[in-house]
Design a protein around this ligand. Structure first.
Ligand code: C5P
Length: 281
């Protein structure tokens, strides 16, 4: 059987407010997920044998913890499909960056294998499976920029419109669990109505904690701050600047790139994954 290529886009959180915790200790959030048209690429070759093979394991991720491979196993187990796959991820989204790389890889594998195995699950079914793999997986399965509540899985699609950003990668790995387990993380933001959302009035409640606990990040941010107000994505460590348009995003990137690992990226309302899925049907 032949190999096909599937995009796994990154996301940024345009804001992230922590409202409190639920009974199981998970955080109740409000966030706006902005999908990007940049990310990982996954090549998948379905096979007649039921083996699931990860051809190029991501350095630093034990194979049994790889979210793409776990997504494939979960789909196989839940649907009883007897086919297998060879999976190869071209990793561009750094780990521990707050850009949802692992979650997006999982969502892409779920969609791709559902299609290639002809497993017949709906998007709602795939999102429910995705939720078992991580709180950020459902937004990538649904493939639309979205307002999110609960643990981040109660989604309402929200158009952000044409938008450009400069992503800055400090090269610091931040553990999501370490941030959320911190006793001194603020957890008391009031709920806001989506209609009251304005970027300037919102913030990332994890940002101050991550800056306090990762010495060097504050200095690293100074250069980005010359061009606007950098905000952290998710639990970090990636920061982004909003840019008026593509030209401005590329100009800022050009000005910073000798000193910083930066990239101009376009925000999209609809994931490129959905287009690939539509073409594959
Ligand atoms: O869902 P995910 O596996 O990405 O989350 C990693 C860890 O972050 C969880 O084990 C949990 O400790 C914490 N978390 C949380 N509240 C959320 C999302 C994640 O406490 N809404």
């Amino acid at each position: 059987m032949s190999e096909s290529r599937w995009p796994a886009p990154a996301k940024i959180n345009l804001f992230l407010h922590i409202l409190g915790r639920d009974e199981s200790g998970y955080h109740r959030l409000q966030t706006l997920f902005q999908l990007l048209d940049w990310g990982d690429e996954i090549r998948i070759e379905p096979t007649d044998e039921s083996d699931l093979v990860l051809l190029r394991p991501t350095p630093g991720v034990p194979t049994d913890q790889d979210l793409g491979l776990r997504a494939a196993r979960l789909l196989q187990d839940e649907t009883g499909v007897r086919l297998g796959a060879k999976i190869s991820v071209t990793k561009r989204i750094p780990l521990g960056a707050g850009l949802g790389g692992g979650s997006s890889d999982a969502a892409t594998v779920l969609h791709a294998l559902n299609c290639l195995w002809d497993a017949g699950l709906s998007v709602t079914d795939l999102a429910a499976l995705g939720r078992r793999l991580g709180a950020d997986v459902p937004v990538f399965v649904h493939g639309a920029s979205a307002w999110a509540e609960g643990r981040g899985e109660l989604l309402t699609p929200m158009s952000v419109g044409e938008s450009w950003y400069v992503l800055g990668f400090p090269g610091t790995h931040v553990s999501t669990a370490a941030v959320f387990n911190a006793p001194d993380l603020p957890r008391n933001s009031p709920a806001i109505d989506p209609s009251d959302y304005a970027w300037e009035r919102c913030r990332n409640d994890c940002q101050a904690w991550v800056l306090d606990h990762h010495p060097g990040l504050e200095d690293w941010l100074a250069g980005l701050a010359e061009f606007g107000a950098p905000r952290m994505s998710g639990t970090g460590s990636c920061f982004y600047l909003r840019a008026r348009d593509s030209d401005v995003a590329h100009e800022i990137t050009q000005a910073l790139k000798s000193r910083y690992n930066v990239r101009a990226v376009r925000g999209v309302d609809t994931s490129p994954l959905l287009e690939t899925c539509a073409e594959a049907r």
